[in-house]
Design a binder for this molecule. Sequence first.
Ligand code: THG
Length: 289
Amino acid sequence: MTHRETRVASSKREVILGADRPVVVIGERINPTGRASLAETLRRGDMSIVRRDGLAQVQAGAQILDVNVGIPGGEQATLMAAAVRALQEVTDAPLCIDSTDVAVLEAGLEAYEGKALVNSVNGEERSLGAVLPLVKEHDAAVIGLTMDDDGIPETAQDRLRVAEAILSRAVALGIPIQDVIFDPLALAVGADTGAAHITLETIRLIRARLGANVTLGVSNVSHGLPARPALNATFCAMALYAGVNCPIVNPLDTSMMVTIRAANLLLGQDEWAGEWIRAYRAARGRNTC
Ligand code: THG
């Protein structure tokens, strides 16, 4: 199976996702879930934390920024458009527009200049019918979640079937095949001890059968557990080996970024260990290593 490359872009910078390229970090921080301070500022329409966190994540090595403004009761479409505009003022990084609400995705896409990543569509009829036409209309790329009207399948095979169904619907609408990437869904391992392993198997299967790029919301795995950074980084290393190439992570977590740089080197994506050595020297210069 040949592996496809996916292009996303801002008006000033493009980022290519592909198996034969270094990992692309999608920064997860612009998300009010579990972050009272961000939720509070968003509720006032204040974009200062959005700007600050966007910039900080890019400086820490994020190449794409996930933008989620999901606060209960908020005017989310307006907030999404405002967050997209605010981020475009402070960074050239392409954006990943994250909402379960189609009107919010649409507001984000309308404010965005470039080829966005839409987060996300899933195999539910309602989602396919609403999100894919929007993706087509805006010439965006899209993340397909491997769940459908029956929920999240328990086996890797069944999750692959959902991915195939999403892909064929997208292609039927005229969305280029490489513009669909997949997320095999990371669930909290504290709630189900078998969850992480099934996700890893699904990554491998999707990569082998569909040749598609694969993302993953890595931090979901550690919800409710102590020592989250250690679990997240370890799971991320495993997921990268299984075939994830654009994980959604916290780039301000230094152990996560060290793990990703190590994985790039160990999986043959860092020639002469150039990036590994450069990062080591930069950290030594800051006296943090
Ligand atoms: N797949 C896709 N998109 C996603 C997810 C996914 N988007 C959202 C989420 N899952 C990925 N992003 C996050 C962001 C934050 C956290 C987890 C996943 C997180 N936050 C801490 C908390 O809630 O406890 C708070 C962080 C803080 O306080 O700074 O864990 O799976 N496609």
